[in-house]
Design a protein around this ligand. Structure first.
Ligand code: BGC
Ligand code: BGC
Length: 639
C-alpha cells in the first residue's frame, strides 16, 4: 500500500474527505477502499476508528459543534451562512457550494405540482444534496408558515395573527403552532419564519394583520405560546420545528412616508427614542427567547435612520449580549443589500453587526465571493465567521436535523386533517369581534325565512385567507380547499330558509320583507407587505357600492368585514344593525357562521384601536375618542 493511499484511507476514516464536494459518505468509502486493497488482511487492518464526534447523537451539543467547526474550511463556513430561495439554486449547486439553508419564498411551491407529497420530494432533493457534501451537514429548509403551512395546497389555513390577537387565547395559539409544525414536518420542513411579533402602531401598514396586537404584552403572550406550540418536542422526534420571531426590531413602529423598496411605510424608519423602542418593541423577543426561540429575523426597517441590519448595538450588544440570545440571526430577503449601494460594504457591515445567515435571496455566489474577500482582507474577522457558524450549527444540532434530516412521511395524513380544520374553525369563531348589535339581531335564528347575502368577500376563499396564501400576495378566488363564509351560512340554516346570494347585493327577492335578514360580507382584496400599505383605509369601491345598495334595500342589515385591520366605516355604521369584524379567518368560513347563528358565542376583543378617521392614525395622534377602543367587543354569551 502506498503512503498516499494509506493516508487517504486514514483521512476518510476520520471523516475528512480528500477531494472537496464530491466525496462520498465516509463509511462507504472506507469499505470500498478496504475491499479493493489486494494486500489488506484482517490482521493488518487498523482498529475501526470511532465515527467523528459531531456525528454522535449522544455527544454534548457544544462538543459536536466544536468538532465539526474544527473540520471546516472557510468556504464551508461561508456556505453555512448562505440561505437562498429554491428557485435560484439547484440541488447540485447546494452540494457544490455546501449551502447552509434553502427557502421557499411566498409562492415558492414545487414547479410540477403543489401537493404535500411534491413538497416533501422537492425538499428532500435539496437535503439529499446537502448530505452528500464532504461533511454531510444538513440544510435548514425554511418557509413562511405564518397562518398554517400556507404555501402548500391542501394545508390547513388558520386565521392571520390579527384574528388570533382578537381571540387572545394563548392555549388556542399554542395548538395552532403545534398543528402547523405537524403539517410542516410532514413535508420535511423544520424552519418557520413565524411568528410575526411586530407591535403595529399604524394600521395603514400592510403587515398589520401579521401582528397580534398593538400592545407589547398582548403580543408577547401570544408569540411565546406560538413558539411553545410550534416547537413541541413530541411532534416528530428527534426533530423540533423552529420558530423565527420577526422582524427585529421596531418593524411595527415605522413612520408613514419613510418606507423603503418604494413602499409608503413598510420597511421604513422607526423614529422613537431608545426607551420607547425597548418598551414597545422588545418585550415580545424577550418572551419568545424564554419560550425557546433560537432564530430571529432582522428587520428591513431602520431606527432613526440606521438600518437594523447594520446595527451592532441592537443585534449584538442588546440581543446577543443583554438578552443572552445564543441562537442565530437571519437577515430578511435581500435586506443586507439595502445597507449600501456598495455590496462589499453592505456585507461587511451586516456580518460585523451580527447577522449570522444571509437570506441572499437570488445570487449565492456573489455573496460567497464577497464575504470570502472580506475575510481574506481582514475586514470581517475570522472569529466573527466562527461565531456565526457556531450559532447556526448549534441550532441544527438542537433541532435533531443531523439525526433525522428528511420528512416525516407518517405525518402526511395530518396535513389538512379533519382535526386541524376543526381547530381552524374554532379559531375563526373565537377571532370574530362583535362591534354593534342593535336590538340583539345577532345571533340569527337558523329558521330565518329569507337571507340575502351580498359582498365579494362572502364567497371567496382567497379573500378570506388574505396574503401569504399559496402566493406571496395571496389571490382572490377558489385557491384553497375549505368553506367560504357563504357556504358556512348555507350549512347553518334550516332546510326551509331561502338563501339568495348576489355578490353586488342586487337581489331578486325582497330584502325589506318582514322575514328577511341581510348579511353583507365585504372585504379587502388580498395583499402582503408594503403592497398593502393604505393611505385611506377604505374598502374597495365595489364593496362600498354593495354596502350602499344593501343599506338602502334591507330591513335588517348585518355587516361582516373581512380585513387585515380596522377600516374606516364611520359614514356607514349607523345604517347597520350589527357589525362583525371577522379579520382574515382562513380556510374555515364555517367558523364565522358559527358565531352569526349562535353555535358559538362571540368572545373576540379588538386587538387594535378602531379609528373614526385616518386622521386618528397612528396611535396616539389624536385625543378624540376612536370609534371603538382597543379591547372592545360585545358578547352574545348566554343567549
Ligand atoms: C419578508 C419576511 C419573509 C421573507 C421570506 C420577506 O420579504 O419580509 O417576513 O420571511 O420575505 O419570504
Ligand atoms: C417572495 C417573498 C418575499 C418577497 C420580498 C417575493 O418574491 O416570494 O417571499 O417576501 O419577494 O420582496
Amino acid at each position: 500500500m502506498t503512503l498516499r493511499r494509506t493516508l487517504f484511507i486514514l483521512l476518510v476514516a476520520l471523516g475528512v474527505g480528500a477531494c472537496g464536494g464530491q466525496a462520498s459518505p465516509p463509511q462507504q468509502s472506507l469499505a470500498t477502499e478496504t475491499l479493493a486493497s489486494p494486500t489488506a488482511s484482517p490482521t493488518e487492518m487498523p482498529p475501526t476508528p470511532a465515527p467523528p464526534l459531531y456525528t454522535q447523537p449522544d455527544a454534548d451539543i457544544d462538543a459536536r459543534v466544536d468538532d465539526l467547526l474544527s473540520r471546516m474550511t472557510l468556504a464551508e463556513k461561508i456556505g453555512q451562512m448562505t440561505l437562498i430561495e429554491k428557485n435560484s439554486i439547484s440541488p447540485d449547486e447546494v452540494r457544490e457550494l455546501a449551502i447552509g439553508g434553502v427557502l421557499s419564498g411566498g409562492g415558492g411551491y414545487p414547479k410540477d405540482e403543489n401537493s404535500p407529497e411534491a413538497w416533501a420530494r422537492m425538499v428532500e432533493a435539496y437535503q439529499q444534496a446537502a448530505l452528500e457534501t464532504r461533511l454531510g451537514i444538513p440544510i435548514l429548509y425554511g418557509v413562511d408558515a405564518v397562518h398554517g403551512h400556507n404555501n402548500v395546497y391542501g394545508a390547513t389555513i388558520f386565521p392571520h395573527n390579527v384574528g388570533l390577537g382578537a381571540a387572545n387565547d394563548a392555549e388556542l395559539v399554542a395548538r395552532i403552532g403545534r398543528a402547523t409544525a405537524v403539517e410542516m414536518a410532514a413535508t420535511g420542513i423544520y424552519w418557520n419564519y413565524a411568528p410575526g411579533v411586530m407591535v403595529p402602531q399604524d394600521i395603514r401598514w400592510g403587515r398589520t394583520y401579521e401582528g397580534y396586537a398593538e400592545r407589547p404584552e398582548h403580543v408577547a403572550a401570544l408569540a411565546s405560546a406560538f413558539v411553545r406550540g410550534l416547537q413541541s418536542p413530541d411532534i416528530a422526534p428527534p426533530n423540533l420545528v423552529m420558530s423565527t420571531p420577526k422582524h427585529y426590531l421596531g418593524d411595527g413602529g415605522t413612520a408613514w412616508g419613510t418606507g423603503d423598496s418604494g413602499y409608503q411605510i413598510d420597511q421604513g424608519d422607526t423614529q422613537v427614542d431608545e426607551a420607547t423602542m425597548r418598551a414597545l418593541h422588545l418585550p415580545p423577543y424577550q418572551a419568545a427567547i424564554e419560550a425557546g426561540a433560537k432564530v430571529i429575523m432582522a428587520s428591513y426597517s431602520s431606527w432613526n435612520g440606521e438600518k437594523l441590519h447594520a446595527s451592532l448595538y441592537w443585534l449584538t450588544d442588546v440581543l446577543k449580549g443583554e438578552l443572552g440570545f445564543d441562537g442565530f440571526v437571519v437577515s430578511d430577503w435581500g435586506a443586507i443589500d439595502q445597507i449600501s449601494p456598495d455590496y462589499y460594504e453592505a456585507v461587511v457591515t451586516a456580518i460585523n453587526a451580527g447577522i449570522d445567515m444571509n437570506m441572499v435571496p437570488y445570487d449565492a455566489r456573489r455573496f460567497i465571493t464577497t464575504l470570502t474577500q472580506a475575510v481574506e482582507a481582514g475586514d470581517v474577522p475570522e472569529a466573527r465567521i466562527d461565531d456565526a457558524v457556531r450559532r447556526i450549527l448549534r441550532v441544527k444540532f438542537h433541532m435533531g436535523l443531523f439525526e433525522h434530516p428528511m420528512a416525516h412521511a407518517e405525518l402526511l395524513s395530518e396535513v389538512g386533517s379533519a382535526a386541524h380544520h376543526a381547530l381552524a374553525r374554532e379559531a375563526a369563531a373565537k377571532s370574530a369581534v362583535l362591534l354593534k348589535n342593535e336590538g340583539n339581531v345577532l345571533p340569527l335564528s337558523k329558521d330565518v325565512g329569507h337571507l340575502f347575502v351580498g359582498g365579494l368577500a362572502a364567497d371567496n376563499m382567497g379573500i378570506q385567507a388574505g396574503g401569504w396564501t399559496i402566493e406571496w400576495q395571496g389571490k382572490t378566488g377558489d385557491i384553497i380547499p375549505g368553506t367560504t363564509i357563504l357556504e358556512g351560512i348555507q350549512a347553518a340554516v334550516s332546510p326551509q330558509t331561502v338563501v339568495e346570494y348576489n355578490k353586488f347585493g342586487n337581489f331578486q327577492g325582497d330584502p325589506s320583507a318582514d322575514d328577511a335578514v341581510c348579511i353583507a360580507v365585504v372585504g379587502e382584496s388580498p395583499y402582503a407587505e408594503g403592497r398593502g400599505d393604505s393611505a385611506d383605509l377604505r374598502l374597495p369601491t365595489k364593496e362600498i357600492r354593495t354596502l350602499n345598495r344593501m343599506e338602502e334595500a334591507c330591513a335588517r342589515l348585518v355587516v361582516v368585514l373581512v380585513s387585515g385591520r380596522p377600516l374606516i366605516v364611520t359614514d356607514h355604521i349607523d345604517a347597520w344593525d350589527a357589525f362583525v369584524a371577522a379579520w382574515l379567518p382562513g380556510s374555515e368560513g364555517a367558523g364565522v357562521a358559527d358565531v352569526l347563528f349562535g353555535e358559538r358565542p362571540f368572545v373576540g376583543r379588538l386587538p387594535y384601536t378602531w379609528p373614526r378617521s385616518v386622521e386618528q392614525v397612528p396611535l396616539g395622534r389624536s385625543d378624540e375618542p376612536p370609534l371603538f377602543p382597543y379591547g372592545f367587543g360585545l358578547t352574545t354569551e348566554g343567549e
